[in-house]
Design a protein around this ligand. Structure first.
Ligand code: NAG
Ligand code: NAG
Length: 294
C-alpha cells in the first residue's frame, strides 16, 4: 500500500512537471504512460542509461573531471531550479537518482594505474525518482533524503524547504569529484561530527534550536575529538579548505570548490539558492556556450 501511494504521488508530480515542460528543456525524466497491473502501479519512462553511481562503481570509482562535473551539474541544477520555481522540493537527490541519458563509453588505457578506464561519450543526464518530491503546500515529512545526502537542518529536525536539495547536490558534486561519498556514515551523530571535520563547527544558534538535544553539550556538538570513535571520522574526512588548496591547481577547480562551500552552508538563510548557483562563475563556460549556440 505504501509503494502504491508513493507511485501515485510520483505519477501526479510527473504529470505536472512534464506538462510544464512541453519542449523538454529541463533534464527531468519523461513519463510516457502509467497503468495499474493487479494492484501494482506501473510507470513507463523514456529509456535512459546507467545511473552516475553505477557508472562510477563500474569504473573503479575513478572520479569525474572538473569539466565533466560542470557539464553534468549545469543540467542537474537547471532541472532542480525548475522544480523549485514550481514549488517542489525533490528531497532525494543522490548519484543513484541522476541517470546518464546514454552510458556508452570508450575504453582508454591509464598509464599510472595500468588499467583500462571508461570515458563517457555523452555527459547528458536526467533527474529521476519523484516519489518523495514534495510541494510547498503539502505535509513535510520530518525525515527526508538518503543518509549521506541529508542536510543538517533535516538531521537536527529544524524544518526544511528547497534548500535541502542544494545541500544534497553539494554532496553529489563532491562525490563526483572524489569518486567516493563525502560523508561515509550510517549514524546521525557521527554524520554531524563528519560535517564539522569537513566544514568547521556547526553554528551554535542551530544547536540551540534543535529538539535533538542528545547531540548537544554546552552549546556545541557533543563529540569527543580524541575518542576512539572519532578515528573513522579523522580517517575519512578532510577539511574542505585543505582539499581545495592541496588538490586544486586549476582556476576551474577553485571555482568548483567555492561553489561547493556556498552549497554546503549550514545555515539555510545563508545557503546559496539553485537560481543563484546557476550564475556562479563556475558555470561561465556553459553560459558562453549557450549564448554562442543561440
Ligand atoms: C588515471 O588514474 C588515476 C588514479 O585513479 C587518476 O588520478 C588519473 O586522473 C587517471 N588519468 C587519466 C588521464 O584519467
Ligand atoms: C527556506 O527557508 C529559509 C529559512 O526560513 C529561507 O531563508 C529561504 O528563503 C527558504 N527558501 C525557499 C526557497 O523558500
Amino acid at each position: 500500500e505504501t509503494f502504491r501511494e508513493v507511485a501515485k504521488s510520483e505519477i501526479s508530480v510527473l504529470e505536472e512537471i512534464n506538462s510544464l515542460d512541453d519542449d523538454n528543456r529541463f533534464a527531468c525524466v519523461r513519463m510516457l504512460d502509467w497503468f495499474d497491473h493487479d494492484g501494482h502501479m506501473c510507470i513507463v519512462f523514456e529509456r535512459l542509461g546507467l545511473s552516475t553511481f553505477e557508472f562510477l562503481q563500474q569504473n573503479h570509482f575513478l572520479p569525474f573531471s572538473v569539466d565533466q562535473i560542470r557539464h553534468m551539474a549545469f543540467q542537474i541544477f537547471r532541472a532542480v531550479c525548475f522544480l523549485h520555481r514550481n514549488k517542489l522540493t525533490h528531497t532525494d537527490l543522490k548519484p543513484e537518482n541522476i541517470l546518464l541519458v546514454c552510458s556508452d563509453y570508450d575504453l582508454e588505457f591509464n598509464d599510472s594505474t595500468n588499467r583500462k578506464q571508461r570515458k563517457l561519450r555523452s555527459l547528458d543526464v536526467k533527474v529521476v525518482d519523484f516519489g518523495t518530491a514534495t510541494f510547498d503546500h503539502e505535509h513535510h515529512e520530518s525525515l527526508v533524503s538518503t543518509r549521506h545526502y541529508r542536510a543538517p537542518e533535516v538531521i537536527l529536525d529544524l524544518g526544511w524547504n528547497q534548500s535541502c536539495d542544494v545541500w544534497s547536490l553539494g554532496c553529489v558534486l563532491m562525490e563526483f569529484y572524489l569518486g567516493r561519498t563525502l560523508f561515509p556514515t550510517h549514524n546521525s551523530h557521527e554524520h554531524l561530527a563528519m560535517m564539522e571535520k569537513v566544514l568547521g563547527p556547526i553554528p551554535s544558534h542551530l544547536l540551540k534550536q534543535t529538539r535533538k538535544q542528545q547531540y548537544v553539550h554546552n552549546g556545541r556538538l557533543n563529540w569527543e575529538d580524541q575518542s576512539p570513535s572519532n578515528e573513522h571520522v579523522r580517517k575519512h574526512c578532510k577539511p574542505l579548505k585543505v582539499n581545495c588548496t592541496q588538490i586544486s591547481q586549476s582556476a576551474a577547480a577553485e571555482r568548483l570548490f567555492h561553489l561547493l562551500s556556498c552549497m554546503l552552508e549550514y545555515d539555510v538563510c545563508k545557503r546559496i539558492t539553485m537560481e543563484e548557483a546557476l550564475w556562479h562563475p563556475f558555470f561561465s563556460p556553459m553560459r558562453n556556450q549557450k549564448q554562442q549556440r543561440s
